[in-house]
Design a protein around this ligand. Sequence first.
Ligand code: ATP
Ligand code: LTN
Length: 330
Amino acid sequence: MSKERLLTGLQPSGALTIGNYIGGVKRLLKYQDEYDTFLFVPDMHAITVTQDPALLHKRIKELVAIYLAVGIDPKKVHLYIQSENLYHANLSWILECHSYFGEMSRMHQFKEKSKNHENFTCGLFTYPALMAADILLYDAKYVPTGADQKQHVELARNIADRFNSRYGKEYFVKPEPVIPEVGARIRDLQDPSKKMSKSTDNPKASVFMTDDEKSIRKKFASAVTDSDGKICFDEENKPGVSNLLTLYSVFTGLKIDEVVAKFQGSGYGDLKNEVANVVIDTMKPIQDKYKYYLESTEIDEALDEGREFTNKIAKEKYEIIRNVVGLGRN
Ligand code: ATP
Ligand code: LTN
């Protein structure tokens, strides 16, 4: 039996944090064996806000290098760049013409990102139609994302439904969002009331997957804790210490209780030091591979292959849809 299709993308909006690693990238390793997996870099989504062109090129490459370094196998996964496939934008236009201003206006991410700016782009507003195109082009059944993207996948479902019923056939597969069960949410090291995020303004707040040993140690050493000096897990009253315990737990596989027991009688300094050790031990081999891939031809080989393969599939789907809505000659 052929495998079901799963598709996802991570924006190249900055270096990945250890939060992204735990909550996003690591999951992909399991998916690549279980599903027909499409993993792409949504670079066209990135330019909905202003980008430095040279930096964007660099980040796209770095993101692919990280995927390969953690163990994404391009023999199993279709790895490609959104902008190298013109059908995404073409289908996006057709889908925009099958979506409503009202529903787009209700998207939380748009409301959030536009609220403090006078000049936001039209692309920021129509972004969910492009995301729907990314998904519907490939008949993807499952779409793993963070919780903030669930509404966009639901919109893609609604657009698919509307399109199918308007044209009287199941032209598009209705995708399902796959949101991780409330697993470990890694928190900002300087303000543990927030989640650790790659687009932070404070470099001490996030540990990046590519940070060197010295900066990882420094960042954990200056992580905000509290003044009572006791090591116990209490996310509400001791979010900083609980975050460190969570990190130790996910990086070692020990249960939280076991971690708390292990650190009884230790000070915060020991805990921070040990957390830094396990993070460094996990990241070091990934970083070595990352450096290797950045210099190798394997990134281009994987992306060329992904581009060829996905262009064929996307063209077929796009031609059907173009014809169905009455565009061009039939
Ligand atoms: P940005 O700062 O650009 O919004 P982000 O770091 O908040 O990025 P997303 O791009 O929103 O991350 O999410 C990518 C993936 O990483 C998602 O699967 C999300 O669940 C996971 N993720 C992001 N931050 C964390 C975190 N702090 N802890 C656990 N998982 C996380
Ligand atoms: N909007 C997503 C990235 C993204 C995506 C997609 C994810 C663009 N197109 C299609 C899954 C499927 C984000 O910002 N994380």
